[in-house]
Design a protein around this ligand. Structure first.
Ligand SMILES: NC(=O)c1ccc[n+]([C@@H]2O[C@H](COP(=O)([O-])OP(=O)(O)OC[C@H]3O[C@@H](n4cnc5c(N)ncnc54)[C@H](OP(=O)(O)O)[C@@H]3O)[C@@H](O)[C@H]2O)c1
Length: 484
């Protein structure tokens, strides 16, 4: 099964922050993979911009190194690499000092798709947006790509939206959430809306609860100071996990169209009930397994920022009344895994005498590792021992099901960048969605601050704080095991 790679229109992609971590680890390697896949048209150009005083030749040498380090050796064809590098240019530009704009203007072509990737600290977004217009670089169809974090509360997100809106139309603004670029996340929509099987059952009558888990084994390490100003709620829940929740909970959009999809997601966010104090558990990892604890990693012995959070969330609408969504995410946990598990209710009546083997149907959507979908169903245990029930997985690992194409799926960033060039905003967050998500998040944080709540310690390499288990136990449910 081979997916079609359709070359995009000729483009100039300017990466502001081209010498930084994201550009080097994700954006440049991702673009090279798209080039190898044949998706970059012959006259596409990529222009790096940052303060560092580099020539284009030095930037290409940098790109060569980062591609060698971050792209599968099997894809590193020498001729394709040279061809890719020949499309790269570099401009030394300091957004704050206002230098370098002219050099950039001389490189950006007015008659191709123009995309400007803001891979810099958010404080620079306003100056960049203004500079692109004031310097006459961005044409009417230009697109800007903005990275997370998009604000740190409702007020800052509104201010950022207003700043960008002063220079660009909403249809030109691509707020990236790389979770939305993951193959499985899009497959979630395909599973729901391209099959008749699930949608009739996709409501509180048949779904007992939903668990969304994003677990990491790493601590906050080198970015402790940055993380300490954020925490798991701001860093993971307000954006990535909220987006996953929306895709599960939303009504079918009338069409797979950017605003139709985003309208439905927005309705979900607006329907989220305020979260009570008893519905949240926060934690901080302790030292262990040869690593320091959170407080040491953060360089702040009195920090009350959470490296773990679990929440019980309710979507207050007809479809979901009575079905809780349990969300948890944390650092230094037992395994690195991201999954959505949808647990169905029991059948209304069992015709089998031996119901001991009975387990709920669970649909598991794995984001990492090994992207795929797994449906746990009941069958008869094989053999002559009477009608005994056993649960088995109907497992579809994309790598297995789709062969080489499934194993070599585009990384979320490369897929999303190609969507920007195509002008498709479906997998990007709209300004009102981001604001609605902050409007739900702000009171939670205000509550912690007003009460002086502190996160509970948890062991490094564990499943999180004890109280998180209780969050489920008191509802008569259990978290799924965190494992790869
Ligand atoms: N890294 C990730 O995995 C990741 C993930 C999600 C979101 N993000 C977001 O992506 C953005 C970039 O992150 P990053 O990790 O790549 O940061 P970074 O490594 O600190 O890179 C920042 C880049 O900005 C450039 N820069 C700084 N000041 C500048 C100025 N005045 N004018 C022009 N360029 C300037 C820097 O280059 P010079 O020093 O040469 O100017 C560098 O290229 C941030 O908003 C971050 O929150 C990053």
């Amino acid at each position: 099964m081979v997916s079609r790679v359709i070359p995009v229109d000729p483009f100039d992609l300017v990466i502001f922050g081209a010498t930084g971590d994201l550009a080097q680890r994700k954006i440049l390697p991702g673009l090279f993979r798209r080039h190898v896949a044949g998706q970059m048209p012959t006259d596409a150009r990529v222009i790096g911009a940052a303060r560092s005083d580099l020539s284009s030749a030095e930037f290409r040498a940098m790109a060569r190194e980062t591609i060698a380090a971050h792209v599968d050796p099997a894809l590193q064809d020498a001729a394709l690499l040279e061809d890719f590098l020949s499309r790269l240019d570099y401009v030394a530009l300091d957004v704050q000092a206002g230098t370098g704009w002219e050099a950039l203007r001389s490189l950006v072509r007015p008659d191709v798709v123009q995309a400007f990737y803001f891979s810099v600290a958010p404080v620079l977004f306003g100056d960049l947006a203004e500079g692109l217009q004031a310097q006459g670089i961005a044409g009417p169809g230009a697109r800007i790509v903005v990275e997370k974090p998009f604000g740190r509360d409702l007020a800052s997100a509104q201010a950022l939206n207003a700043t960008l809106a002063a220079h660009f139309e909403e249809s030109q603004i691509y707020r990236i959430d790389h979770y939305l670029g993951k193959e499985t996340v899009q497959n979630l929509m395909a599973v729901r809306f391209a099959n008749i099987l699930f949608e009739p059952l996709w409501n509180a009558q048949y779904i007992d609860h939903v668990q969304i888990t994003v677990a990491e084994t790493v601590g906050v390490g080198g970015r402790g100071a940055y993380y300490d100003r954020s925490g798991a709620l701001r860093d993971m829940v307000q954006n990535h996990m909220m987006q996953l929740l929306c895709l599960i909970a939303m009504e079918p959009p009338w069409h797979f169209d950017p605003d139709a999809v985003r309208d439905e997601k927005l309705k979900v966010i607006r329907a989220l009930q305020p979260v009570g104090r008893g519905d949240i558990v926060r934690g901080q990892y302790l030292a262990g397994g040869g690593g320091p604890g959170y407080l040491e990693d953060a360089g702040n012995p009195s920090s009350d920022t959470e490296s773990y959070i679990a929440l019980r969330v309710h979507v207050a609408n007809w479809r979901w009344k009575g079905t809780p969504f349990y969300l948890r995410t944390g650092k230094r946990l037992r395994a690195r895994t991201s999954e959505i598990a949808i647990t169905f209710k029991e059948p209304p009546h069992s015709i089998f005498d031996d119901a001991r083997g009975w387990r709920e149907n669970v649909l598991v959507i794995r984001l990492q590792p090994n992207e795929g979908i797994n449906l746990k169903v009941m069958i008869k245990e094989p053999g002559p021992g009477g009608m005994r029930l056993v649960q088995v997985p109907l497992d579809m690992s994309f790598a297995t099901a789709l062969g080489a194409e499934g194993a070599d799926m585009p990384d979320a960033y490369e897929r999303l960048i190609m969507d920007v060039i195509r002008g498709n905003q479906t997998l990007f967050m709209r300004g009102d969605e981001v604001e609605a998500a902050w409007a739900w998040t702000d009171p939670i944080i205000a509550g912690w601050q007003a009460r002086g709540d502190r996160p509970q310690p948890y062991d490094a390499g564990s499943s999180g704080p004890e109280d998180a288990l209780m969050l489920m136990h008191r509802d008569g449910r259990r978290w799924r095991e965190i494992r790869e």
